[in-house]
Design a protein around this ligand. Structure first.
Ligand code: IZC
Ligand code: ZN
Length: 416
């Protein structure tokens, strides 16, 4: 007797093991008229519809689409407060970095995060995760970076760790101490503080990756190199916020230091993209941020893919530059603004996203023995999702075979 059978699946999305680079991203294996069997939290059977063994729970997919749980490989999940008061400034045309320079932006969130209790941050983070799960996400990366001091960075990371242990979703913690520079400190002194903090974070197993915001007015390429090399020396694989606003060369640095991912890349140069294609670093693109900041120029995904880079997509969920938990919306922006195909997009939020956060062996694919992290979508075919944007298409979401979200039947409206 199986625990769960999902039968009459119109399209079962079966991404290949990543990282998929360039042209390989255009291939998305799909099995039609399929069924899945789940036992003890794992996928134990993949076959034709109508042929599954009996199960305690039977789900009729009604010829809709099943995919692996989506993976959001870049989020600033845990922080105090919110920044809606900055929206009018943005509307009036004040740039993101100018708001930061005036003590707003990240620094405003730092103030709120320092004041927040660990329990308060935990409850808020849990609610955010629940919204992500409702949109079909079963694994996320979560960064610190709103403490900018020893105590608060560790507080944030403890909250992230507890959110992962709670088990609703997989949560991969990243230490982003060098996220901004506190008003009262010289950049190099602060950076050294964050470097000194690395060994504590290692000893307390508080983070899997480290990250730095390499940008004009934040950290230079040289400072980023120093932090990333120190991280690697302690055994941390590294990530970098690179070339988001200005082309400083963070992309090239990421590839040179074999960063797991380089994120944003809106201003990445031709040379940077060529290096990405030749290297092992995954390009994590965040079109929701470009959209939210009201910019016209998006990351050049087509050029990156044409050269052969591996691309993943993420929300960048944070209180300033992209305030959404909805990775489906990002999939639509990837189609509309980055001109990615539906096949590339599904690969970018499953198998390649898994690679960007070290989950390539445990998430992002459906195969025998894999964790049953699955989404049943109320869409007629996989190309439909990016096309119909801004609403939630997730019908049922399972994490390790457990049903963690269910759209009420009354809310499943016919689409055509
Ligand atoms: O809170 O503004 N870009 N970090 C780098 C962010 C955006 C988060 C924020
Ligand atoms: Zn970010």
């Amino acid at each position: 007797m199986l625990d769960l059978v999902i039968d009459r699946i119109g399209e079962l999305i079966l991404p290949e093991k990543g990282p998929l680079k360039g042209e390989a991203m255009a291939e998305l294996p799909v099995r039609r008229n399929a069924a899945l069997g789940i036992q003890n939290g794992k996928v134990t059977w993949i076959g034709n519809q109508g042929e599954a063994a009996p199960a305690r729970t039977y789900v009729d997919a009604r010829h809709q689409v099943v995919s692996p749980g989506l993976i959001d490989p870049h989020t600033h999940l845990v922080f105090g407060g919110s920044r809606e008061q900055e929206l009018p400034l943005k509307q009036a045309g004040m740039p993101y970095l100018e708001i930061l320079k005036r003590g707003g932006g990240i620094l405003a969130t730092v103030e709120k995060t320092r004041l927040a209790t660990e329990t308060g941050l935990y409850e808020k983070g849990k609610a955010t995760l629940a919204r992500m799960a409702a949109h079909g996400v079963t694994a996320v990366e979560a960064k610190s970076g709103y403490g900018l001091d020893r105590e608060t960075e560790r507080k944030q990371l403890r909250v992230i760790k507890r959110l992962g242990e709670e088990g609703m979703l997989t949560v991969v913690p990243t230490f982003l101490g060098p996220h901004a520079i506190p008003d009262s400190m010289a950049p190099d002194v602060f950076l050294q503080d964050m470097i000194d903090l690395l060994s504590d974070i290692k000893n307390e197993s508080l983070a899997r990756f480290t990250d730095i915001f390499c940008e004009t007015g934040v950290f230079t390429v040289d400072q980023s190199r120093r932090f990333m090399e120190a991280s690697k020396k302690l055994g941390f694989p590294v990530k970098i916020h690179a070339d988001e606003i200005d082309a400083l060369g963070g992309t090239e640095l990421a590839v040179e230091l074999e960063a797991v991912s380089a994120d944003h890349l809106v201003a990445a140069t031709e040379v940077g993209m060529e290096k990405l294609a030749a290297g092992r670093t995954i390009a994590v693109l965040l079109p929701g941020t470009t959209f939210y900041l009201g910019k016209d120029a998006y990351a050049d995904a087509r050029r990156m893919l044409g050269k052969g880079a591996a691309v993943a997509l993420a929300t960048d969920f944070n209180p300033g530059s992209c305030v959404t938990e909805n990775l489906q919306l990002i999939m639509s922006l990837a189609a509309l603004k980055l001109k990615m195909t539906a096949e590339e997009i599904w690969n970018a939020v499953t198998t390649n996203a898994a690679c960007a956060i070290g989950l390539e062996n445990t998430a992002g694919r459906i195969e025998i023995g894999a964790a049953a992290d699955l989404v049943l979508w109320d869409i007629p075919n996989y190309t439909y999702l990016p096309y119909h944007y801004g609403v939630n298409h997730a019908r049922s979401v399972w994490k390790d075979g457990r049903n963690i979200w269910e759209k009420r039947d009354a809310d499943v409206f016919p689409l055509r």
